[in-house]
Each structure stands twice: as structure tokens, then as C-alpha cells.
Write a protein that binds this ligand. Structure first.
Ligand SMILES: [Zn+2]
Length: 346
């Protein structure tokens, strides 16, 4: 055993002196001290030694371990100094390698949202803001979705843990839709109102090519005397024609949203198959592009508006989903990916 230890010492001291790069030294270190390295293997044989043998071998083993470690450290220092010296004389010529200038551009989603805002702005709609963190009251209750209402299952909500903060309300959440702007619009504006809200929303979603936990929504609120489903049909056609061209056909179909009555899904004739049925539209021939409805009387009342005198429309959609159709984008997750290859397509 003593002989074996001395042999390892000799062999490795030689290797260490011959090493000329830091990588080689690292390899030597691992060969010695790594898992299953020489040191590891040797120490495993100690159990076969007698007590007397161990008394001699033990200290020798420790001494040589230290010597080798020291030798590696010294050699590392020498190699480093050589590297620094060689760098001192190195020059770097930047004249020939000018950095290529690249012009940036707007994110496709931002561009699409700006286009949307412009289209509605022409009809007199004005942008308003609403907070991304809001109360359960503004996001649900006031929109005719009381606690324990089964409709809450439509939104997988991210609630905030407020235990350590002294807040007037403990029920805070990340808004699940831009509809939290509705109550603010109704309360704070003089009638009639034409307002729009664009922004981020959050849901606890299983992610796939069509679902994101962080996504954008666009929504308008239009309240006046005599606003009706005819206005809703007109707004739907006006917007979808502006985005997809004048030959797009639009239909409304009944759909349930708790904060509107009646509620509708706004379908556009599939722009890929023109109604014949294809993979994108699932063979139906129509694509659901927006959701809308007449604002529920309860919501109007909560906003201080007399439903017997006024009526209103809420109309909205997910800009990412619509941009996917317009630009033929296959995966919604690309928008937030920061992937330059994707962004440079626009
Ligand atoms: Zn189709």
C-alpha cells in the first residue's frame, strides 16, 4: 500500500508539472480527487488493512494528498501568470469588425393593438386604463358574478396572498379580463360613454399553443340612449372588415357571459377556407373572433346608470388570438418568448 501511494504521488507530480493549460489541470484534479478518482479508490481499500498498517499508511496518505493539492495550486498559479503575460502584448483591432447596425421595430402585438385602437378611435372611442391588480369586487362581483357563482369557474384566477400587508381588502387578484375597466368607466364618466381598454390579463392556465397565463385583451364599453344589438352587429363588422378585409362575413351566435344579457360570440367566416371547413376552423367554416353582449342591467346599476334609460354594449377580444389568424402564427407562446427569429418576421 505504501508503495502504491508513493507511485501515485510520483506519477501525478510528473503530470502536474507537464500540464500547460488550466483545463489539463482540472482533468488531473478530477482524476485524483473526483468521484472514483485515485484518492477515492485508495481510501476504499483501507478497510482491508490491519490497525498497525493503518497507523503508517493513514498519515502518509494525508500528507501526499496535501502535497498533490498544493502542487496543483502552484502549477495553476504559474499557468495563470503565463496567460496574463501573453495577454499584455495582445492588441485588438476593432476597425475591421464594425458592429452591424440593426433597426428595431414595434412588437407585433403592440402594433396590432395600436391598429385596433386607431380603428375604434375613428368612431370616437377613447382609451382608459384599469389596474392589473384589482379587487375581487371590481373583477367579479360588480360584473354580476358573485362569490360561489358557478360562472367563476370560467376563469382560473390567480389570487394574491395579502396576509402580511395591512390592506383595506384582502381579496386581491390579477385581473382575469379587461372587464374590470367596465365599472370604472361607468362610475367615472359622464354619459354617453365610448371607452376602450387594452392590456394584460392573467389566468392560471395550462399552457399550450392557444393558451397563455399572461395575455392581452381589448374591450370597448359603449353606453347611450337606445344602444342595441344592431349597434353591436355594426361594430363587429366594422372592426373585422378593417382587420381582415371587406369581404369577411360576420355572424353572431348566442353565448353566455355573466355580465351581459344577451351575450354573443362574434364569428368571422374562416379566412383560410372561406367557409368550406379546414383544420384552422375545425371544419366549422367559422372562427370565433370576439365576445360581446348588451351590458347586464345589474352591471349598469352597480355603475350608477339607470338601465331603464340607458343601454350599453361590451365588446372585446384577445389581440394575440386575432393576430395569430391575421399573420398565420402557429403558437401563442411566441409573442412573449422574446425569440428574435420570431420577432424579425414582422
Ligand atoms: Zn377554415
Amino acid at each position: 500500500m505504501e508503495e502504491k501511494i508513493s507511485q501515485i504521488k510520483k506519477e501525478y507530480l510528473h503530470k502536474i508539472q507537464k500540464a500547460s493549460t488550466l483545463e489539463q489541470l482540472d482533468e488531473i484534479f478530477i482524476g485524483l480527487f473526483g468521484k472514483n478518482g485515485e484518492v477515492d479508490q485508495l481510501s476504499r481499500q483501507f478497510s482491508t488493512l490491519s490497525k498497525d498498517e493503518l497507523k503508517i499508511v493513514g498519515p502518509l496518505f494525508n500528507q501526499i494528498k496535501q502535497e498533490l493539492e498544493q502542487a496543483i495550486g502552484n502549477r495553476r498559479q504559474v499557468i495563470k501568470e503565463e496567460i496574463y503575460k501573453s495577454l499584455e502584448n495582445e492588441t485588438f483591432d476593432i476597425k475591421g469588425n464594425e458592429i452591424k447596425k440593426r433597426t428595431g421595430h414595434m412588437h407585433p402585438l403592440t402594433a396590432f393593438e395600436e391598429e385596433t385602437a386607431k380603428i375604434f378611435n375613428k368612431l370616437g372611442f377613447v382609451q382608459i386604463d384599469a389596474p392589473l391588480i384589482d379587487t375581487d369586487y371590481n373583477n367579479f362581483e360588480v360584473l354580476n358574478i358573485p362569490e360561489n357563482h358557478p360562472a367563476r369557474d370560467l376563469w382560473d384566477t390567480l389570487y394574491l396572498d395579502t396576509t402580511n400587508y395591512q390592506l383595506p381588502t384582502t381579496k386581491l387578484l390579477l385581473r382575469t379580463h379587461t372587464s374590470n375597466s367596465q365599472i370604472r368607466a361607468l362610475k367615472s364618466s359622464k354619459l354617453p360613454i365610448r371607452l376602450m381598454n387594452i392590456g394584460r390579463c392573467f389566468r392560471y392556465e395550462n399552457l399550450d399553443a392557444r393558451h397563455e397565463h399572461t395575455f392581452e385583451q381589448f374591450e370597448i364599453v359603449y353606453v347611450d340612449h337606445g344602444v342595441s344589438m344592431a349597434n353591436l352587429q355594426y361594430l363587429s363588422e366594422y372592426f373585422l372588415k378593417a382587420i381582415f378585409g371587406s369581404d369577411i362575413k360576420v355572424r353572431l351566435k348566442p353565448k353566455y357571459y355573466p355580465f351581459v344579457e344577451p351575450g354573443v360570440g362574434v364569428d368571422g367566416l374562416c379566412i383560410f377556407c372561406k367557409g368550406k371547413g379546414c383544420k384552422v376552423c375545425g371544419g366549422i367554416g367559422w372562427l370565433e373572433l370576439a365576445g360581446a353582449g348588451m351590458i347586464h342591467p345589474n352591471v349598469l346599476k352597480a355603475g350608477g346608470v339607470d338601465p331603464n334609460e340607458y343601454s350599453g354594449i361590451a365588446w372585446g377580444f384577445g389581440p394575440a388570438r386575432m393576430a395569430m389568424i391575421k399573420y398565420g402564427i402557429e403558437d401563442i407562446r411566441l409573442f412573449n418568448s422574446g425569440d428574435l427569429k420570431f420577432l424579425e418576421r414582422f
